[in-house]
Design a protein. Structure first.
Length: 115
């Protein structure tokens, strides 16, 4: 069992930056795939970025060049640095872990970008 707790969301003006964190309750060394998803009001949840052990990442086209995901396995934490934020980035951001035996989701953190 893994609990994921996101933090770092908030209200920011367009063009600003936020850094999200996802703290896991135990070691993430054995979790190859972690990811950030987001869900805007009235829309389906969508993948933002996949972050694998070893450092490889895959980003949604909408965030390429603006968002950077990273993992600190020593701190059991996944990060998402979001720069040049746009109003269309407004959503609840969720952390996801694809564990050996189960898949886990965090409770989400709200990001609101004002124009």
């Amino acid at each position: 069992q893994v609990q994921l707790v996101e933090s770092g969301g908030g209200l920011v003006q367009a063009g600003g930056s936020l850094r999200l964190s996802c703290a896991a309750s135990r070691s993430i060394n054995s979790i190859n795939v972690m990811a950030w998803y987001r869900q805007a009001p009235g829309k389906q949840r969508e993948l933002v970025v996949i972050a694998r052990n070893g450092g490889s990442t895959n980003y949604a086209d909408s965030v390429k060049g603006r968002f950077t995901a990273s993992r600190d396995n020593g701190k059991n934490t996944l990060y998402l640095q979001m720069n040049s934020l746009k109003p269309e980035d407004t959503a609840v951001y969720y952390c996801y872990a694809d564990g050996p035996l189960a898949r886990y989701w965090g409770q989400g953190t709200q990001v609101t970008v004002s124009s």
